[in-house]
Design a protein around this ligand. Structure first.
Ligand code: GSH
Length: 276
């Protein structure tokens, strides 16, 4: 974990800390099984949503780089997250974090009556949240990997600027929502966890451990930004899905040194393609 030289650390295969405790509480069979990888931010999105929406689930921690057959059966590229929907015969399944999030929202609307969106009576407020998540998916997430994988100093400086700008633009979108519709998600004081918080939270969290450790990245220091960060990281649904810092530092070392064949995401970034 030195940060200066590649110590050959391997990624973890099992959660640690609070996330491990949550796994232990979700080992019984349920209608939904979450195929998870402990370090994966796309998995964490789905996991936080399951917790917040109070949908019963079982966790199956798999190694997405070894791709057990049971994962390939339900996720064509062997990527986590994937959901097995066990109540159906023949069984059904879903993959792709954003598609799964939509599915869980719709499921909760019919079952637990919880939602990550503003009330559906306000289509404009919901559209503003969609603008936030569109920016996160198309700009902020790829910028995170470009920055972490950048090797030469100039590329690292450029990567840092790009990632910082992506965060700043998200803040502008949060501020706009606060001005126009009284706020969305946790950005406004007194707000509750929202869709965009869930969609971006895992990378914001990894920016405070992996990006800080390997690239010296510092989050914006503004009071309002720091208050949002604290609300996000302390939110029970988020906190419960976080492992300990070492897990992220160990698991992201291969990205930080851009080791060959680190992952499909890393390969896509290196070749300038869209993320898988
Ligand atoms: N677009 C996918 C991306 C999921 C993804 O890239 N997951 C990584 C772990 S963080 C994975 O399964 N990697 C396996 C591989 O690279 O072969 C989603 O949003 O669910």
């Amino acid at each position: 974990m030195s940060g200066k030289t590649d110590s050959g650390q391997v990624y973890h295969r099992e959660c640690t800390g609070a996330a491990l405790e949550t796994v232990k509480q979700h080992l019984d069979d349920q209608d939904i099984t979450l195929f998870a990888g402990c370090f994966c931010p796309f998995v964490q999105r789905v996991w936080v949503a399951l917790e917040y929406l109070q949908i019963p689930y079982k966790v199956n921690e798999v190694d997405p780089y070894q791709k057990p057959q049971e994962l390939l059966d339900i996720s064509p590229k062997g990527l986590v997250p994937a959901l097995a929907l066990n109540a159906f015969n023949p069984p059904r399944a879903l993959h792709e974090s954003t598609v799964i999030l939509d599915f869980l929202e719709d499921l909760a609307a019919k079952s637990t009556h919880r939602t990550l969106f503003p009330p559906s009576t306000d289509p404009y407020a919901k559209a503003l949240v969609r603008l936030q998540s569109d920016h996160i998916n198309r700009t902020l997430v790829p910028a995170f990997y470009r920055y972490l994988q950048a090797q030469d100093p100039e590329a690292q400086i450029a990567g840092g600027k790009e990632f910082h700008a992506a965060i700043q633009y998200l803040v502008e979108l949060f501020e706009r929502a606060e001005r126009e519709v009284g706020g969305t998600g946790l950005w406004a004081e007194g707000g509750d966890l929202g869709w965009a918080d869930v969609v971006v939270g895992p990378w914001i969290f990894r920016a405070t451990n992996a990006l800080k450790h390997y690239r010296g990245f510092e989050m914006p220091q503004g009071k309002k930004f720091q208050a949002w960060l604290a609300r996000l990281f302390e939110h029970p649904a988020f906190k419960k899905t976080c492992s300990t810092k070492e897990l992220y530092l160990d698991s992201y070392e291969r990205y930080a040194f851009n080791r060959p064949n680190t992952s499909q995401v890393a390969n896509a970034i290196n070749s300038g393609r869209g993320l898988p």
